[in-house]
Design a protein around this ligand. Structure first.
Ligand code: ADP
Ligand code: MG
Length: 580
């Protein structure tokens, strides 16, 4: 075929494919236009998951009547004049493509009146062809009505998912924008049913409840950081609240919803080993950067950006989240003074899950009884972070738990989980320097499948750094001649094999993460098992080691190492106090 320049209508349909993928993309573009126009109220009406109708109306600045038709043209924008503007951009739109693209794959009616004019107008277009223009007395603001999306591109229609999926996409999108713009009133209606409605009074918690449900929203912790040319604010989940994937992590950068793996990873990393393997936090983070530090023009739908200093942004996220987690993690002290030091605004302790006030003044037991979960009170896992006080060993029970007394009550310690934590932190402390090794009297041969052998070979350096001495020993075999000194007594074969195990399905750890995960696994394999009777000296050593840990209250996989029964709690349970 000869080379030809595409007809305008074909070109714009192709271009539309990049911007308008599904009904939710239309909603996003229209909503962004309304926000750019300074709207304080945005109403969105959807019929049949957006296939029949998407209508967005706003009370923003409106469009001048003689520019109405132009607004539908390709590369027609009022937001940018030169390429330099791209790095000063404060508006969400700038490509001048949305209306043209949407118009080329639907029946679009644009109705608008500028706040500076007394007359407004309407333009109607079908499949990109203007069918009618009309000056008339319309209300101030703008309404865009998109009917029969993709009616002229049936191939696209086939790619749409079920109505339910498309609706969910739209709901998730609008709710997130409502969250990012708490000063704007949002209404969302699907098939005549009101789905979302916000007050526009700036209260993010209210919107948060619509995003995550009231129960989760109540537990979310606030994050806030102000730095030169960069501010961050939002909400993150306490460590007790997790999901099995990263989908509940949302980032907005300069007012746009951005899907960026590094940002998500930074947030997940901040939780470090406090979460169980395969569990992820929830988060809603608004980042505001100097426009010259972000390139927004890398993705047609603007779902990705490029940072001038990615490391700086990464570290800002990580530091802020860590700080918030620390600030909200109760650090229990010897007496009840911790509870008293809590200010009323912070009365909800996210890790514990019930009101501090209830715990300190009324009967916590009563509260729990009222909800029918009285047995829970007998076995509260210890608060998950913070150092533990000095403990006096009482003994071992069931060949699995250590019993100890602290100034603030009784501690039941899971020997396996505790030992896992101790080993893990010993490895961490030595990171970067060579771990002391212990030579084995007889080398241990580890035999693997071809695929596993390959994996092990690729991690040999890591293992050597950790204090293993391993050499290739014939066909798919390895010989272990030394192990890290701290693992003395553990099974070398099992410890080495963890390296070749697969990571969980929705887990694709970065190289830096792989190392931490492998170490955590080695510790799990090598820690003393439940069922092992420990000598008095071993018990004492374990407790002393645990006291020195940074995060003694959870194992590296996030499970609790101990259960704490406070004196206060014991008193209540025995009816000495609080029970009326
Ligand atoms: P962009 O947003 O990239 O400029 P669009 O195709 O989305 O491109 O919109 C084209 C132009 O139409 C905008 O630059 C703006 O001037 C005008 N416009 C679109 N929607 C609205 C609205 N809701 N209120 C006021 N002006 C609008
Ligand atoms: Mg736009």
């Amino acid at each position: 075929m000869p080379i030809r320049v595409l007809a305008e209508s074909v070109a714009s349909q192709i271009a539309a494919g990049e911007v308008v993928e599904r009904p939710a993309s239309v909603v996003k573009e229209l909503m962004e236009n309304s926000l750019d126009a300074g709207a304080t109220t945005i109403k969105i009406r959807i019929e049949q998951a957006g296939r029949r109708l998407i209508e967005v109306s706003d009370d923003g600045s409106g469009i001048h009547v003689d520019e109405l038709q132009l607004a539908l043209g390709r590369h027609a924008t009022s937001k940018l004049f030169s390429t330099e503007d791209l790095f000063r951009i404060r508006s969400l739109g700038f490509r001048g493509e949305a209306l043209a693209s949407i118009g080329s794959v639907s029946k679009l009616l644009l109705v608008s009146r500028s706040h500076e004019e007394s007359v407004g107008g309407k333009v109607y277009c079908e499949a990109g062809i203007i069918k009618g223009v009309d000056k008339s007395g319309v209300p101030e603001g703008t309404v865009v009505r998109v009917e029969d999306l993709f009616f002229n591109v049936p191939a696209r229609l086939k790619f749409l998912k079920t109505d339910m999926t498309e609706r969910t996409q739209i709901n998730g999108l609008v709710t997130r924008y409502a969250m990012a713009y708490p000063h704007v009133r949002f209404f969302l209606e699907q098939d005549g049913k009101l789905i979302l409605r916000t007050q526009g009074n700036g209260d993010q918690r209210e919107v948060l409840a619509q995003l995550y449900g009231a129960d989760v929203a109540r537990q979310m912790l606030e994050v806030q950081s102000d730095e030169e040319r960069a501010t961050l604010c939002g909400f993150i989940s306490p460590i007790a609240l997790t999901r099995s994937n990263r989908r509940e992590i949302t980032f907005f950068v300069n007012g746009r919803w951005i899907q960026d793996v590094t940002l998500t990873t930074a947030l997940v990393h901040a939780y470090h080993t406090l979460l169980m393997v395969g569990r992820y936090p929830l988060g809603f983070i608004l980042l505001d950067l100097d426009p010259s530090d972000v390139d927004v023009n890398v993705h047609p739908a603007k779902a990705e950006v490029r940072f001038r200093e990615p490391d700086r942004v990464f570290s800002l996220v990580q530091r802020s989240v860590k700080r918030a987690l620390l600030a909200y993690s109760p650090v229990p002290q010897a007496s009840g003074s911790y509870w008293q030091s809590i200010s009323p605004q912070r009365a909800i302790d996210p890790a514990w899950g019930f009101s501090m006030d209830a715990a300190s003044s009324q009967s916590a037991g009563e509260q729990q009884n009222a909800s029918g979960e009285s047995n829970q009170i007998l076995a509260q896992p210890a608060l998950p972070t913070g150092k533990i006080p000095l403990l006096r060993l009482i003994g071992q029970i069931g060949a699995a738990y250590l019993v100890a007394e602290g100034p603030d009550g009784l501690y039941l310690i899971d020997q396996h989980a505790a030992h896992e934590r101790v080993l893990f932190e010993k490895f961490q402390k030595k990171m970067g320097s060579q771990m002391p090794s212990q030579t084995l009297l007889e080398g241990v041969i580890v035999q693997l499948s071809a695929q596993s052998a390959e994996k092990l070979s690729s991690q040999l350096d890591l293992l050597r750094g950790l204090g293993f001495d391993i050499e290739e020993f014939g066909f798919n075999s390895f010989r272990v001649t030394a192990i890290p000194a701290i693992l003395v007594g553990a099974d070398p074969d099992a410890a080495v094999r963890v390296v070749v195990e697969d990571f969980e399905e929705d887990e694709t750890p970065l190289q830096a993460e792989v190392e931490a995960k492998i170490i955590a696994r080695i510790c799990k394999r090598s820690a003393v098992k439940a069922g092992k009777i420990l000598s008095d000296i071993e018990q004492r050593a374990l407790i002393t080691d645990l006291e020195e840990c940074h995060s003694p209250r959870t194992c590296p996989h996030g499970r609790p190492t101990m259960i704490h029964l406070s004196v206060d709690l014991l008193e209540r349970q025995f009816g000495r106090r609080g029970a009326r």
